[in-house]
Design a protein around this ligand. Structure first.
Ligand code: ATP
Ligand code: MG
Length: 440
């Protein structure tokens, strides 16, 4: 598609991406924008990032850019770094030799289930296009002639509103089951219909998500649920039986759409979209707190009954167990699982409404999240006690705003530490053997 037949102009491309394209071009290599950025520009959307594809090898790319580092094992890539902006540059991928498993140089590798473990065979731009996931993701914008090269009829599919895998769908899903998640995500993000032959195998192959490393599923989870389409993605994933693989501990409860679990998840994602589309942030900690609350609660109750533990202790143990179990599916970094546990603990602590305690709780760093979650629970469960507790906290905060004791913000961020410090000092210091030389 020559320049005068499409709407993409260089003014829409980031300066850094243009620098990379020109440098490669001047170095005698082919250089293209590829993937989501070309697709989004054709649709009149603003791309999230700009990816570059080239016939230069990773080493050749590195020698052209001083600000370049090579990354990735499964998929070797060059990152050209401009401060906080990173342009990803990939060498064209080629076809895999048939004897994948025993590929002599170890450039490609496939598991028994057909999963691609390594994908570092280089090739031509046509081959590169064949290895991409969807036709609308296999369009290239050339810096040499500003034309769009469309090897898989992506332009036609985009115009028809169709999301279609390249090649045999079942084979492509087996190579990389995350493509099933991507299918749902692109369909909702771009308003495309998943074409039948790409849609039908999903339910049957959903179980392959069990083989995806938890760190990768975490990344996909964020892309699905933190970009303003959480509800649509949830409903789409649910329809194809994919959602349960993110949160196995909810799998059986979610089968019943009237359950607290289902309604909690659905409402959570609706609220998430409202916040994000209203320009407010959402932390993954809150999402995990809400998703796992009922499993944590059920487990805590069981521990309390069987082990005779106090309610709060049972909750702490249950929280640790449930997070550990969850981390086998989605790796939740500690910076999110710890605040999630705070939010759970607050569900108990917020029951303490005596003025002194209540005032202290207002200064808890996770108070707001804990309070929001209390309100969410109250909406889901329709429980009168929870509702009046929520009401209490709403009123209590209002009262403070109008002129009660200063809040944490008013006293400054150091206030809480200062309060806690004397308590800490009272604890006996444990001395490690390594400390001794310094002490003497
Ligand atoms: P967005 O960035 O908006 O989520 P994108 O299409 O740019 O969408 P990326 O994950 O950034 O998605 O990937 C860039 C390109 O790399 C894709 O457009 C596609 O061509 C290719 N690609 C990414 N992941 C896969 C995959 N799992 N299998 C095949 N090709 C892929
Ligand atoms: Mg992208």
């Amino acid at each position: 598609m020559p320049r005068d037949k499409h709407n993409i102009s260089r003014a829409q491309v980031s300066e850094n991406a243009l620098k990379v394209l020109y440098r490669l071009h001047k170095g005698g290599f082919d250089a293209y924008l590829v993937g989501g950025c070309v697709r989004d520009l054709l649709l009149g959307l603003e791309p999230k990032d700009f990816d570059v594809a080239t016939n230069a090898s990773p080493e050749q790319i590195k020698s052209l850019f001083s600000n370049c580092r090579l990354i990735g094992r499964r998929f070797r890539l060059a990152h050209v770094v401009f401060g906080r902006d990173v342009i990803e540059v990939a060498t064209f991928r080629g076809h895999h030799p048939d004897e994948d498993e025993s590929s002599p140089k170890g450039h490609s590798k496939q598991s028994k289930e057909g999963l691609l473990l390594r994908d570092n065979v280089y090739g031509s731009i046509e081959e590169d296009a064949q290895r991409r996931d969807f036709t609308v993701n296999a369009m290239y914008y050339s810096i040499a002639d500003f034309a769009i090269y469309d090897f898989a009829n992506g332009v036609k599919d985009l115009e028809a509103g169709v999301l279609r895998l390249i090649g045999d769908p079942e084979t492509r899903y087996r190579e990389d089951p995350v493509r099933m998640l991507r299918a749902i995500r692109f369909a909702t993000k771009l308003g495309l219909r998943i074409e039948d032959s790409s849609r039908v195998p999903i339910a049957k192959l959903a179980h392959l998500l069990d083989n995806i490393p938890p760190a990768r599923l975490f990344e996909e989870f964020l892309k699905l649920f933190l970009h303003g389409k959480a509800e649509a993605n949830f409903l789409g994933l649910y329809e194809y039986g994919l959602f349960g693989y993110f949160v196995p501990q909810l799998k059986s409860a979610l089968k019943n759409a009237d359950s607290f679990e289902y309604r909690m998840v659905h409402q959570l994602f609706k609220d998430t979209d409202t916040r994000i589309n209203g320009g407010k942030g959402v932390t993954p900690a809150y999402l995990f707190a809400a998703l796992l609350w009922y499993p944590v609660n059920a487990h805590a109750e069981q521990l309390a009954q069987e082990g005779g533990l106090a309610e709060y202790d049972a909750l702490q143990i249950a929280a640790a167990d449930v997070v550990a179990k969850q981390s086998r599916s989605i790796a939740i970094p500690k910076r999110f699982s710890l605040p999630a546990r705070d939010i759970w603990a607050l569900q108990h602590r917020l029951q303490q409404t005596q003025p002194r305690k209540a005032e202290r709780l207002l200064t808890h760093p996770k108070f707001r999240a804990g309070y929001d979650f209390l309100l969410l629970r109250s909406r889901i469960e329709g429980d009168a006690e929870l509702a009046s507790l929520g009401q209490f906290w709403t009123e209590f905060q209002k009262g403070k705003e109008v002129g009660g004791a200063p809040t944490r913000q008013a006293r400054g961020p150091g206030a809480r530490n200062a309060e806690d410090a004397p308590k800490r000092r009272r604890r006996p210091r444990r001395r490690k053997p390594a400390d001794k030389p310094q002490d003497s």
